[in-house]
Design a protein around this ligand. Structure first.
Ligand code: SN0
Length: 319
Protein backbone atom coordinates (compact mmCIF):
# COMPACT_ATOMS: atom_id res chain seq x y z
CA UNK A 1 0.00 0.00 0.00
CA UNK A 2 1.68 3.19 -1.16
CA UNK A 3 -1.48 5.15 -0.40
CA UNK A 4 -4.73 4.12 1.29
CA UNK A 5 -7.80 5.68 -0.33
CA UNK A 6 -9.90 2.69 -1.42
CA UNK A 7 -10.25 -1.05 -0.83
CA UNK A 8 -8.58 -1.28 -4.24
CA UNK A 9 -5.33 -0.25 -2.51
CA UNK A 10 -5.49 -3.35 -0.28
CA UNK A 11 -3.55 -6.25 -1.80
CA UNK A 12 -5.06 -8.92 0.50
CA UNK A 13 -8.26 -7.99 2.34
CA UNK A 14 -8.47 -11.26 4.28
CA UNK A 15 -5.02 -10.72 5.65
CA UNK A 16 -5.71 -7.08 6.53
CA UNK A 17 -8.81 -8.19 8.43
CA UNK A 18 -6.79 -10.80 10.33
CA UNK A 19 -4.25 -8.13 11.25
CA UNK A 20 -7.11 -5.91 12.45
CA UNK A 21 -8.39 -8.63 14.78
CA UNK A 22 -4.88 -8.98 16.23
CA UNK A 23 -4.62 -5.20 16.66
CA UNK A 24 -7.99 -5.17 18.40
CA UNK A 25 -6.84 -7.86 20.82
CA UNK A 26 -3.39 -6.39 21.51
CA UNK A 27 -3.52 -2.64 20.76
CA UNK A 28 -0.21 -1.91 22.53
CA UNK A 29 1.85 -4.76 21.09
CA UNK A 30 3.50 -2.49 18.49
CA UNK A 31 4.03 0.62 20.63
CA UNK A 32 7.58 1.16 19.30
CA UNK A 33 6.80 0.71 15.60
CA UNK A 34 6.05 4.37 14.93
CA UNK A 35 8.85 5.83 17.06
CA UNK A 36 10.21 9.05 15.51
CA UNK A 37 7.47 9.02 12.87
CA UNK A 38 4.92 11.78 12.45
CA UNK A 39 1.38 11.46 11.09
CA UNK A 40 -0.16 14.65 9.67
CA UNK A 41 -3.95 14.95 9.85
CA UNK A 42 -5.26 17.61 7.47
CA UNK A 43 -8.95 18.50 7.66
CA UNK A 44 -10.90 20.48 5.08
CA UNK A 45 -14.14 19.45 6.88
CA UNK A 46 -15.44 18.76 10.39
CA UNK A 47 -14.52 15.63 12.28
CA UNK A 48 -15.04 13.95 15.64
CA UNK A 49 -14.38 10.22 15.32
CA UNK A 50 -11.78 10.49 12.55
CA UNK A 51 -9.67 13.02 14.40
CA UNK A 52 -9.82 11.34 17.81
CA UNK A 53 -9.46 7.76 16.55
CA UNK A 54 -6.54 8.66 14.27
CA UNK A 55 -4.68 10.34 17.11
CA UNK A 56 -5.37 7.38 19.38
CA UNK A 57 -4.25 4.88 16.70
CA UNK A 58 -1.02 6.82 16.19
CA UNK A 59 -0.43 6.97 19.94
CA UNK A 60 -0.84 3.18 20.21
CA UNK A 61 2.01 2.82 17.70
CA UNK A 62 4.25 5.40 19.37
CA UNK A 63 3.79 7.98 16.57
CA UNK A 64 3.52 11.73 16.86
CA UNK A 65 0.59 13.58 15.24
CA UNK A 66 0.17 17.09 13.83
CA UNK A 67 -3.40 18.23 13.15
CA UNK A 68 -4.20 21.04 10.73
CA UNK A 69 -7.73 22.34 10.20
CA UNK A 70 -7.35 23.99 6.82
CA UNK A 71 -10.69 25.80 6.89
CA UNK A 72 -10.05 27.60 10.20
CA UNK A 73 -6.29 27.52 11.01
CA UNK A 74 -4.38 27.73 7.76
CA UNK A 75 -4.10 29.62 4.48
CA UNK A 76 -6.86 28.84 2.01
CA UNK A 77 -5.45 26.59 -0.70
CA UNK A 78 -5.69 26.96 -4.48
CA UNK A 79 -5.86 23.72 -6.51
CA UNK A 80 -6.32 25.01 -10.07
CA UNK A 81 -3.28 24.70 -12.33
CA UNK A 82 -2.13 28.01 -13.73
CA UNK A 83 -4.37 30.05 -11.40
CA UNK A 84 -3.68 33.79 -11.20
CA UNK A 85 -3.90 34.07 -7.43
CA UNK A 86 -5.38 37.54 -6.96
CA UNK A 87 -8.39 36.41 -4.92
CA UNK A 88 -8.98 34.81 -1.51
CA UNK A 89 -6.68 31.77 -1.83
CA UNK A 90 -3.23 32.58 -0.43
CA UNK A 91 -1.28 29.41 -1.21
CA UNK A 92 -1.17 26.79 -3.97
CA UNK A 93 -1.30 23.06 -3.27
CA UNK A 94 1.89 22.71 -5.35
CA UNK A 95 3.70 24.65 -2.60
CA UNK A 96 1.75 23.57 0.49
CA UNK A 97 1.74 19.78 -0.03
CA UNK A 98 5.53 19.35 -0.41
CA UNK A 99 6.04 21.44 2.75
CA UNK A 100 3.66 19.21 4.72
CA UNK A 101 5.59 16.23 3.33
CA UNK A 102 8.75 17.64 4.94
CA UNK A 103 7.13 17.68 8.39
CA UNK A 104 5.20 14.40 8.18
CA UNK A 105 6.04 10.79 7.24
CA UNK A 106 2.41 10.00 6.41
CA UNK A 107 -0.47 12.38 5.79
CA UNK A 108 -4.21 11.82 6.29
CA UNK A 109 -6.55 14.06 4.29
CA UNK A 110 -10.24 14.78 4.79
CA UNK A 111 -11.85 16.53 1.82
CA UNK A 112 -15.58 16.00 1.26
CA UNK A 113 -17.37 16.33 -2.05
CA UNK A 114 -18.49 19.87 -2.85
CA UNK A 115 -21.65 18.40 -4.46
CA UNK A 116 -21.68 21.14 -7.14
CA UNK A 117 -19.54 19.61 -9.90
CA UNK A 118 -19.79 15.83 -10.19
CA UNK A 119 -16.84 15.47 -12.54
CA UNK A 120 -14.54 17.44 -10.23
CA UNK A 121 -15.68 15.54 -7.12
CA UNK A 122 -15.35 12.13 -8.79
CA UNK A 123 -11.87 13.05 -10.09
CA UNK A 124 -10.85 13.44 -6.42
CA UNK A 125 -9.04 16.71 -7.10
CA UNK A 126 -7.90 17.38 -3.52
CA UNK A 127 -6.81 13.87 -2.61
CA UNK A 128 -5.04 13.33 -5.94
CA UNK A 129 -3.19 16.65 -5.62
CA UNK A 130 -1.81 15.57 -2.24
CA UNK A 131 -0.78 12.20 -3.71
CA UNK A 132 0.96 14.03 -6.53
CA UNK A 133 2.76 16.77 -4.58
CA UNK A 134 3.27 15.70 -0.92
CA UNK A 135 5.97 13.09 -1.61
CA UNK A 136 4.75 10.87 1.27
CA UNK A 137 2.02 8.22 1.55
CA UNK A 138 -1.52 9.62 1.75
CA UNK A 139 -4.36 8.12 3.79
CA UNK A 140 -7.95 9.13 3.00
CA UNK A 141 -9.89 10.35 6.03
CA UNK A 142 -12.99 10.57 3.76
CA UNK A 143 -12.52 11.89 0.28
CA UNK A 144 -15.12 13.15 -2.20
CA UNK A 145 -16.14 9.63 -3.23
CA UNK A 146 -15.00 7.18 -0.52
CA UNK A 147 -14.47 6.72 3.24
CA UNK A 148 -12.29 3.60 3.45
CA UNK A 149 -11.31 3.77 7.15
CA UNK A 150 -15.01 3.82 8.05
CA UNK A 151 -15.82 0.88 5.77
CA UNK A 152 -12.89 -1.10 7.14
CA UNK A 153 -14.14 -0.44 10.71
CA UNK A 154 -17.61 -1.52 9.57
CA UNK A 155 -16.21 -4.75 8.16
CA UNK A 156 -14.38 -5.47 11.44
CA UNK A 157 -17.65 -4.84 13.33
CA UNK A 158 -19.62 -7.19 11.06
CA UNK A 159 -16.91 -9.84 11.39
CA UNK A 160 -17.21 -9.74 15.20
CA UNK A 161 -21.04 -10.05 15.19
CA UNK A 162 -21.94 -12.25 12.22
CA UNK A 163 -24.00 -15.35 13.03
CA UNK A 164 -23.48 -17.12 9.70
CA UNK A 165 -20.65 -17.45 7.20
CA UNK A 166 -22.40 -15.22 4.64
CA UNK A 167 -24.68 -12.71 6.43
CA UNK A 168 -27.29 -10.62 4.60
CA UNK A 169 -26.16 -6.98 4.87
CA UNK A 170 -28.65 -4.29 3.84
CA UNK A 171 -27.43 -0.77 3.07
CA UNK A 172 -30.52 1.41 3.44
CA UNK A 173 -30.89 5.00 2.30
CA UNK A 174 -32.56 7.12 5.00
CA UNK A 175 -33.91 10.70 5.00
CA UNK A 176 -31.83 13.73 5.99
CA UNK A 177 -32.45 17.50 6.05
CA UNK A 178 -29.16 18.32 4.24
CA UNK A 179 -27.59 17.09 1.01
CA UNK A 180 -24.80 14.66 1.98
CA UNK A 181 -22.03 13.07 -0.11
CA UNK A 182 -22.26 9.52 -1.49
CA UNK A 183 -18.83 8.65 -0.04
CA UNK A 184 -19.86 6.49 2.92
CA UNK A 185 -22.35 4.50 0.82
CA UNK A 186 -19.99 4.08 -2.17
CA UNK A 187 -17.23 2.93 0.13
CA UNK A 188 -19.39 0.54 2.16
CA UNK A 189 -20.58 -1.10 -1.07
CA UNK A 190 -17.03 -1.38 -2.40
CA UNK A 191 -15.78 -3.11 0.77
CA UNK A 192 -18.81 -5.39 1.25
CA UNK A 193 -18.58 -6.61 -2.36
CA UNK A 194 -15.10 -7.90 -1.56
CA UNK A 195 -16.12 -9.50 1.75
CA UNK A 196 -18.01 -12.71 2.57
CA UNK A 197 -21.47 -11.10 2.72
CA UNK A 198 -24.63 -10.83 0.63
CA UNK A 199 -25.06 -7.10 -0.06
CA UNK A 200 -28.47 -5.57 -0.76
CA UNK A 201 -28.85 -1.82 -1.36
CA UNK A 202 -32.24 -0.21 -0.90
CA UNK A 203 -33.16 3.39 -1.77
CA UNK A 204 -35.93 5.41 -3.43
CA UNK A 205 -35.68 5.83 -7.22
CA UNK A 206 -33.22 8.53 -8.23
CA UNK A 207 -30.65 7.65 -5.53
CA UNK A 208 -28.76 5.05 -7.61
CA UNK A 209 -25.05 5.14 -6.77
CA UNK A 210 -22.16 5.16 -9.23
CA UNK A 211 -22.03 1.58 -10.59
CA UNK A 212 -18.22 1.71 -10.44
CA UNK A 213 -18.65 1.12 -6.70
CA UNK A 214 -21.84 -0.97 -6.54
CA UNK A 215 -21.57 -3.36 -9.51
CA UNK A 216 -22.59 -6.82 -8.28
CA UNK A 217 -24.85 -5.68 -5.44
CA UNK A 218 -28.59 -6.39 -5.47
CA UNK A 219 -30.71 -3.21 -5.61
CA UNK A 220 -34.21 -3.44 -4.08
CA UNK A 221 -36.44 -0.36 -4.27
CA UNK A 222 -38.88 -1.75 -1.69
CA UNK A 223 -37.25 -1.09 1.69
CA UNK A 224 -39.48 -3.52 3.61
CA UNK A 225 -38.73 -6.32 1.16
CA UNK A 226 -35.00 -5.61 1.46
CA UNK A 227 -35.18 -5.86 5.26
CA UNK A 228 -36.67 -9.37 5.19
CA UNK A 229 -34.08 -11.80 6.50
CA UNK A 230 -31.45 -9.09 7.06
CA UNK A 231 -28.67 -9.78 9.58
CA UNK A 232 -27.30 -6.22 9.48
CA UNK A 233 -29.05 -2.97 8.54
CA UNK A 234 -26.64 -0.16 7.68
CA UNK A 235 -28.42 3.21 7.51
CA UNK A 236 -27.04 6.17 5.60
CA UNK A 237 -28.36 9.17 3.73
CA UNK A 238 -26.81 10.31 0.51
CA UNK A 239 -27.84 12.92 -2.06
CA UNK A 240 -28.57 11.94 -5.65
CA UNK A 241 -25.67 10.92 -7.88
CA UNK A 242 -27.68 11.09 -11.10
CA UNK A 243 -29.28 14.49 -10.25
CA UNK A 244 -26.00 15.42 -8.69
CA UNK A 245 -26.07 16.67 -5.09
CA UNK A 246 -29.85 17.08 -5.01
CA UNK A 247 -32.40 15.98 -2.42
CA UNK A 248 -35.15 14.58 -4.62
CA UNK A 249 -37.83 13.95 -1.97
CA UNK A 250 -37.96 14.14 1.82
CA UNK A 251 -39.17 10.49 1.92
CA UNK A 252 -39.82 10.51 5.71
CA UNK A 253 -41.29 7.04 5.31
CA UNK A 254 -37.74 5.72 4.87
CA UNK A 255 -36.71 6.39 8.49
CA UNK A 256 -35.54 3.21 10.23
CA UNK A 257 -37.86 2.35 13.10
CA UNK A 258 -38.63 -0.64 15.34
CA UNK A 259 -41.47 -1.82 13.12
CA UNK A 260 -39.14 -2.14 10.10
CA UNK A 261 -36.41 -3.76 12.18
CA UNK A 262 -39.01 -6.40 13.19
CA UNK A 263 -39.01 -7.57 9.54
CA UNK A 264 -35.34 -8.60 9.84
CA UNK A 265 -33.66 -11.64 11.35
CA UNK A 266 -33.10 -9.65 14.60
CA UNK A 267 -30.65 -7.60 12.63
CA UNK A 268 -27.96 -5.42 14.13
CA UNK A 269 -28.34 -1.73 13.37
CA UNK A 270 -25.31 0.17 12.04
CA UNK A 271 -24.55 3.84 11.36
CA UNK A 272 -21.21 5.62 10.92
CA UNK A 273 -22.32 8.70 12.95
CA UNK A 274 -22.99 11.59 13.22
CA UNK A 275 -26.68 10.71 12.99
CA UNK A 276 -29.84 12.84 13.00
CA UNK A 277 -31.99 11.01 15.56
CA UNK A 278 -35.65 10.52 14.68
CA UNK A 279 -34.97 11.58 11.08
CA UNK A 280 -32.56 8.84 9.94
CA UNK A 281 -33.31 6.38 12.77
CA UNK A 282 -35.77 6.25 15.65
CA UNK A 283 -34.37 6.49 19.20
CA UNK A 284 -35.81 3.04 19.99
CA UNK A 285 -33.54 1.47 17.32
CA UNK A 286 -30.28 3.31 17.94
CA UNK A 287 -30.70 2.94 21.72
CA UNK A 288 -31.52 -0.79 21.48
CA UNK A 289 -29.02 -3.54 22.36
CA UNK A 290 -28.94 -4.37 18.61
CA UNK A 291 -27.25 -1.06 17.79
CA UNK A 292 -23.56 -1.31 16.90
CA UNK A 293 -22.97 2.42 16.31
CA UNK A 294 -20.62 2.96 19.27
CA UNK A 295 -18.73 -0.23 18.49
CA UNK A 296 -18.25 0.87 14.86
CA UNK A 297 -16.76 4.10 16.18
CA UNK A 298 -14.51 2.14 18.56
CA UNK A 299 -13.29 0.08 15.60
CA UNK A 300 -12.16 3.29 13.86
CA UNK A 301 -9.08 3.11 16.09
CA UNK A 302 -8.51 -0.48 14.95
CA UNK A 303 -8.91 0.25 11.25
CA UNK A 304 -6.56 3.26 11.36
CA UNK A 305 -4.01 1.48 13.52
CA UNK A 306 -4.03 -1.52 11.17
CA UNK A 307 -3.45 0.68 8.12
CA UNK A 308 -0.68 2.65 9.86
CA UNK A 309 0.96 -0.56 11.09
CA UNK A 310 0.92 -2.09 7.60
CA UNK A 311 2.43 1.04 6.05
CA UNK A 312 5.10 1.40 8.74
CA UNK A 313 6.08 -2.28 8.46
CA UNK A 314 6.36 -1.94 4.69
CA UNK A 315 8.72 0.95 5.26
CA UNK A 316 6.67 3.31 3.10
CA UNK A 317 7.14 6.07 5.66
CA UNK A 318 10.93 5.95 5.79
CA UNK A 319 11.95 9.64 5.81
C1 SN0 B 1 -20.64 13.14 6.47
C2 SN0 B 1 -21.08 12.31 5.27
O1 SN0 B 1 -20.25 12.01 4.40
O2 SN0 B 1 -22.25 11.96 5.17
C3 SN0 B 1 -19.61 12.39 7.30
C4 SN0 B 1 -19.97 11.00 7.72
C5 SN0 B 1 -18.85 10.26 8.39
N1 SN0 B 1 -21.79 13.44 7.29
C6 SN0 B 1 -22.24 14.68 7.47
O3 SN0 B 1 -21.70 15.59 6.93
C7 SN0 B 1 -23.45 14.87 8.39
C8 SN0 B 1 -23.70 16.31 8.67
C9 SN0 B 1 -25.09 16.62 9.20
O4 SN0 B 1 -25.47 17.76 9.06
O5 SN0 B 1 -25.78 15.76 9.74
Amino acid sequence: MNHFSSVRDVPDLKQLLETALAVKQHPHAWHQLGKHKTLGLVFFNSSLRTRMSSQRAAYNLGMNTIVLNVSSDSWQLEFADGAVMRHDKAEHIRDAAPVMGQYCDLIGIRAFAGLQDREADYREEVLEAFKQYAGVPIISLESATLHPLQSFADLITIEMHKRSSRPRVVLSWAPHPRALPQAVANSFAEWMLRAEVELVITHPEGYELDPRFTQGAEVEYDQRKAFEGADFVYAKNWSSYTHYGQILTQSEGWMIDAEKMALTRQAFFMHCLPVRRNVVVADAVIDSPQSLATEQAANRVVSMQTVLKSMLEQGVASN
